[in-house]
Design a protein around this ligand. Structure first.
Ligand code: ADE
Length: 264
């Protein structure tokens, strides 16, 4: 991935960065255990008994082989005090950094649920590939720092994957809240967002730092610009939409098997 500045320079850098050899190590980063469990079962992965992560962190790793691929699924795990999934950008950044260092993946797939904007064509149950990711809750109204706050990045380009699997493509906006303040809404519109999550742009930042290609697969649980309360709609649809996400993620892995990043 590269920040969207000089297109020619970015394309050259991207070409060099995208490996031509077949992908062999995939790292899924999934925030919620409910989202990860069906995929762990599908790929018949085992939980790592000797964590590659520092002692005491709640992060969980599942690993195994599926077709020609080594697959790791990592989750931030449960908050050690409150017992809920460690959603959001802080845990996602730390987990992404530690996982890249320990596992040296060829490709990161951030899979999860998201809100969707009906004004941009999203419906509950849709599965999206994000073309771009950015933050909507980092307000720094000073020239250039404002752009740093938004932190816009392109996902690894995957036109063949999107076409073959008939996935919708849209821009993803990330913030640390499930709901939406008036400022968040304004910033998401400025980001041209179709979908909204709580991890994507943070994972993109770390992946970009460490030069690992990343894609973002997001299934819509709730309509951000609809009339239902977000938390209620999210919880109501979580299980059904997770099934759609996991089906899509399996198809994505089947498509990736035997291909290089440049063929995606
Ligand atoms: N994940 C699922 N729905 C979401 C929303 N509305 N905002 C952020 N993350 C989400």
């Amino acid at each position: 991935m590269a920040p969207p500045h000089d297109d020619k320079a970015a394309a050259e850098v991207n070409d060099e960065q995208i490996p031509k050899r077949p992908i062999s190590n995939i790292l899924f980063i999934i925030a919620m255990q409910t989202e990860a469990s069906p995929l762990v079962d599908k790929f018949q992965l085992a939980e790592d008994p000797d964590s590659v992560f520092p002692k005491g962190v709640p992060w969980v790793r599942y690993y195994g082989k599926y077709k020609d691929l080594n697959i790791n699924i990592v989750c931030p795990g449960k908050d050690t005090v409150l017992g809920v999934d460690c959603v959001g950008t802080v845990s996602a950044s730390l987990l992404t950094y530690a996982s890249i260092q320990a596992l040296q993946p060829d490709l990161i797939i951030n899979a999860g649920t998201s809100g969707g904007f009906k004004a941009k064509g999203a419906s509950v149950g849709d599965v999206y590939l994000a073309s771009d990711v950015a933050f909507h809750d980092r307000r720094i109204p000073i020239p250039v720092f404002d752009l740093y706050g938004v932190g816009s990045r392109q996902a690894c380009s995957t036109p063949n994957l999107a076409e073959e699997l008939n996935l919708k493509v849209g821009k993803l906006s990330t913030g640390d809240s499930l709901d939406m303040s008036p400022h968040d809404e304004e910033a998401m519109v400025a980001n041209d967002a179709t979908i909204k999550d709580m991890e994507g742009a943070a994972i993109a930042y770390v992946a970009d730092l460490l030069k690992v290609p990343a894609i973002f697969l997001k299934a819509v649980t709730d309509i951000v610009d609809g009339d239902k309360p977000t938390a209620e709609e999210f919880l109501q649809n979580l299980l059904a939409v997770t099934a759609a996400l996991d089906l899509a993620a399996t198809k994505v892995v089947d498509f990736i098997n035997g291909k290089s990043c440049s063929e995606l």
